[in-house]
Each structure stands twice: as C-alpha cells, then as structure tokens.
Design a protein around this ligand. Structure first.
Ligand SMILES: [Ca+2]
Ligand SMILES: [Ca+2]
Length: 219
C-alpha cells in the first residue's frame, strides 16, 4: 500500500515536472527515493559475540515528498571493494549478508532508518582482486542503485583473522609505506593513509572491542 502511494506521488510529480518543462530542453530528474548515509563505513570485529560499536551507522530513506519510508530495503554493496570481505554471520538478526553478491541488507523502521554494524575485514594482502581506493562501496534502495550514496569502506582487521592484532599492524605499515591511498587503511577518510589513521588503529587495538574476527569470512 505504501509502495503504491509512493509510486502515485512519483507519477504526479513527474507529470507536473513534465508539464512545466514542456517548453524547456533540459530534462528534469526527480529522485524516486532520497537516501542519506555516511560517506565512510568501517567493517569491524567483535568481542564475546558483540559487534564493535565503532561500526554502527544509520541510513535514512525518504520518499520524494520527504516522508520517511517504512520497511524499505537498504543494500550496502561492497562488490567493487575487491579486498574487503563481510562476515557470513553478521551477529545481528536484522541484517542479511549475501556472500556471493557481497552485500548486506537491512530494512528501515517507521522513521525511515535502517541501522547497520557490519562485521568483516580485508584480504588485501592475499587476494589478487582489485583493492578499493576512495568511495567504492555503495548504499542504495532497490531498484534505484543510481540514487544511492558512495561510501569509502575501511577495516582495522586487515587480514580478517584473529581479531585486530600485530599482523594487521604490520599490514597497515605496508599500506602506509606503499604510498597508495587504500581505503581499507584510511580510517579518517582523508584520501591518504597517514599518521591520523595509525592513531585511530591504535585506539581500536588498545580498547580491544575487535579482538575477534568472524568464524567465517565470506570468500
Ligand atoms: Ca587480524
Ligand atoms: Ca587518512
């Protein structure tokens, strides 16, 4: 019913826009949904079965009239982030991970808000798949991927194994030394891997909330 209402609203606005623009050559594009999401997302680890709160983020979905959309499907798509892997079990019954598609899916509540904490890590050191630089993740509402938000995705667990620890530190140093701004190691989303990212990594390591990697990382 709600979907029907939204489609009707979209049709009315498109019709109105088309009528008023009949004499103009410039096309008017009306977004069918409005998606508000952060520009960076952290794949996190867990401790004693509890996902690290650092990874928590929210996505808000509204219709073209700016009304919150309830029960809208929200997809976090990491298919372009070749070095990053989600955990097969998100430790959250409201999130569904599709390892093959490399997506995590949840749904909005009555306020139009979907809440995620994504478990995962990087296999950048061991995979030939292209690693992501910049905002190569995408958050969208099907069937409107073009109206989504691009996000940079990082991970403190850079080997996807045994939580955040010494080997991850070594891998971060390798990323730093490479001079390549791999998104996985750019924790402040500055567009480069530097001292502030190291400080953030050390903070995570010190507080211990990502001491556990997942039992099964998506292949
Ligand atoms: Ca690790
Ligand atoms: Ca940075």
């Amino acid at each position: 019913m709600q979907r029907t209402r939204h489609l009707l609203i979209a049709a009315v606005v498109l019709f109105a826009a088309g009528s008023s623009a009949a004499s103009s050559s410039a096309p008017i594009i009306v977004p069918p949904v409005r998606v508000e999401a952060p520009d960076r997302v952290a794949l996190v680890g867990s401790l004693a079965g509890v996902p690290a709160s650092l990874g928590r983020f929210q996505v808000t979905v509204r219709d073209i009239a700016n009304n919150p959309l309830n029960n809208a499907t929200v997809v976090v798509d990491l298919s372009r982030c070749g070095d990053l892997r989600l955990c097969a079990d998100p430790l959250d019954p409201t999130i569904v991970v599709d390892c093959a598609a490399r997506t995590a899916v949840s749904h909005t509540n009555a306020l139009g808000i979907a809440t995620f904490t994504l478990l995962g890590g990087s296999l950048g050191y061991s995979t030939a798949a292209p690693s992501s630089r910049g905002a190569m993740g995408r958050i969208f509402v099907p069937p409107y991927p073009d109206y989504g938000v691009d996000v940079a995705v990082n991970a403190c667990d850079l080997d996807g194994f045994q939580g955040v620890g010494a080997h991850d530190f070594s891998l971060w140093l390798t990323d730093f030394g490479s001079g390549v701004p791999w998104a996985r190691s750019d924790y402040d989303c500055s567009g480069e891997v530097g001292a502030n990212d190291l400080a953030l990594w050390l903070e995570v390591f010190g507080e211990g909330s990502m001491s556990n990697s997942c039992a099964s990382l998506c292949p």
